[in-house]
Ligand binder design. Structure first.
Ligand code: ZN
Ligand code: ZN
Length: 300
């Protein structure tokens, strides 16, 4: 249900339309064998790079500060996240902090109580004047020290967001695909089709991971709609253990158990072995267990 004061967000809606039409066209061409194998691989790589840019970069690093890293990795994560076309870091972080603080209420940007499709895509297509936040509150921690690399990086990415998107989403794949003479395949499949996959993958965190479905559970808290789900973790690089994440948002792991499918946590951990990330935040096992037992008791 769309509120009366909500208006369609025309630039977002047009971008959605173009990415969907050309993205599906790219899939059609791929299934009919029009692209070379290298182009398909490039598309899959761009999907993974952008998806992990959102989960490891935008989400676990820039928003929740669940680990520390140096300037080079900060920059790599910002570039990978830019490829996802999910807004600038500043804007994404602000929305996500609000999501955690006001989950399932009218102030939650992707309020799941308004239905699956609202939290999946509706909130992007419709603009609610009450939801607009020109101050980007929640993202202040990134700008604590204006002279720091992270503050300058975030400001630069915000200011030059669209040229950066143009360059990294289409320019780079076209350049790479020109090596095997498939510039347009690079633009369509690695630009549009890969983006369609990244989008619906990450959109599932706001919709599917807040939606009771086959195989989903709420082991750590029943205070909100967030679910733990292996099924939701598959297209989201491990973000489907969302009940745990809403209970312990600072933990670098979304799936805390060793067998939880959480590639983002594995990569952050591997990076720490190479000293590229450090101070990984891990909620103690006893605290996790206490939350699980309390939830079980609550359920009766
Ligand atoms: Zn959530
Ligand atoms: Zn989060």
């Amino acid at each position: 249900m769309i509120k009366r004061k909500e208006r369609i967000d025309l630039p977002n809606a047009l971008l959605m339309l173009v990415i969907h039409v050309l993205g599906f066209y790219g899939f059609y061409k791929a299934f009919t064998g029009a692209y070379q194998r290298e182009t398909i691989i490039l598309g899959v790589v761009m999907y993974c790079v952008s998806g992990l840019g959102v989960t490891i970069g935008y989400h676990r690093y820039f928003t929740h500060r669940s680990f520390k890293c140096g300037e080079v990795l900060q920059t790599v994560l910002a570039i990978c996240g830019t490829i996802a076309i999910e807004n600038s870091i500043k804007s994404w972080v602000s929305d996500h902090v609000m999501h955690h603080a006001k989950v399932d209420t009218a102030k939650d940007p992707y309020n799941a109580t308004r239905g699956f499709w609202w939290s999946h895509i509706g909130w992007i297509l419709f603009k609610d004047p009450d939801r607009e936040d020109p101050m980007y509150s929640g993202a202040e921690h990134l700008m604590d020290n204006p002279a720091s690399w992270i503050a300058r990086l975030v400001e630069f990415q915000h200011k030059f967001y669209y040229p950066l998107v143009g360059f990294f989403v289409w320019g780079v794949p076209m350049l790479i695909a020109s090596l095997w003479g498939d510039i347009w395949g690079g633009a369509i499949f690695a630009g549009f089709s890969a983006r369609l996959m990244t989008w619906h993958g990450t959109f599932c965190i706001n919709s599917l991971a807040h939606w009771k479905h086959w195989g989903s559970s709420q082991p750590y808290s029943r205070a909100n709609t967030a679910q733990d789900s292996l099924f939701a973790s598959l297209p989201t690089f491990g973000e489907g253990y969302h009940n745990y994440h809403h209970t312990f948002p600072r933990d670098y792991r979304n799936g805390p158990l060793w067998y939880n499918f959480d590639p983002s946590k594995w990569i952050i951990y591997w990076l720490s072995l190479a000293s590229l990330s450090w101070d990984l935040i891990r909620v103690p096992r006893e605290k996790i267990e206490a939350a699980r037992i309390a939830t079980l008791a609550e359920a009766g």
